[in-house]
Design a protein around this ligand. Structure first.
Ligand code: DX5
Ligand code: ZN
Length: 218
């Protein structure tokens, strides 16, 4: 089984010392850096946008894993890719049709970026099936999107397991990422269910033992 990828979410970082916090997780072995972009419309909270990504995208050597919890992803996708996204993950629920989902995936790929699709806890995992052959990644939200530090939704494990079955059946290389309430306990079961990438915010940032915590996630 290949080593799971750890993607710290900067939503939980100390924005007074953002670059220092980013260096800490990079030195502690994180492979990706997760940007939780929120527009206060698709989700109730507002976090940050392109300027923050532009500012820090090249200040580290990790993969810029950008999760846009925003309305109208077709309109904004190019701007986040130009700002430095290496993987751009948008929401199924932000699109009006499967046709639009395919249009956003194709647009992201046209800009030379990897494309991910995220589903909220109440969206059945079967909804991503039509797109599997086009997607580089599927992000399973294990909390209601909008805030860090929430409690993990247990049903997410079943969604990961069923998605893994679909991926094996379709013989595609789509990665499974999980986001929300990830700690040393939930990570264990998420990996058994088939997750490839773990997003963690409050479990990592703000703690002195980040390196040990990242190792515990693996
Ligand atoms: C929810 C956010 C959070 C964040 C992780 O919209 O996407 O899930 O990434 O936060 P923690 O790890 O603190 O749950
Ligand atoms: Zn996220």
């Amino acid at each position: 089984m290949s080593k799971v990828i750890v993607a710290p979410s900067i939503l939980s970082a100390d924005f007074n010392h953002l670059l220092e916090d980013i260096k800490k997780v990079e030195e502690a072995g994180a492979e990706w850096l997760h940007f939780d972009v929120m527009d206060g419309h698709f989700v109730p909270n507002i976090s940050f946008g392109q300027p923050v990504l532009q500012c820090i995208a090249k200040s580290h050597g990790m993969v810029n894993d950008v999760h846009i919890m925003i309305s109208d992803p077709f309109k904004y996708a190019p701007e986040f890719i130009k700002a430095g996204a290496n993987i751009l993950t948008f929401h199924y629920e932000a699109c009006k049709s499967d046709k639009e989902v395919f249009q956003v995936i194709d647009l992201i790929h046209d800009y030379g970026c990897k494309a991910g699709l995220s589903i909220k806890p109440n969206t059945p995992v079967e909804k991503v099936y039509p797109f599997l052959h086009s997607l580089d990644l599927v992000l399973i939200m294990s909390v209601e999107p909008g805030f860090g530090g929430q409690k993990f939704i247990q049903e997410s494990f079943t969604k990961v397991f069923r998605l893994k079955e679909m991926i094996k059946r379709e013989k595609v290389n789509t990665l499974i990422e999980i986001d929300g309430g990830i700690n040393d306990e939930t990570a264990k079961i998420a990996k058994m269910a088939g997750v490839d990438v773990l997003v963690a915010g409050s479990y990592l940032f703000g703690h002195e033992d980040i390196k040990e915590r990242i190792e515990k996630l693996r």
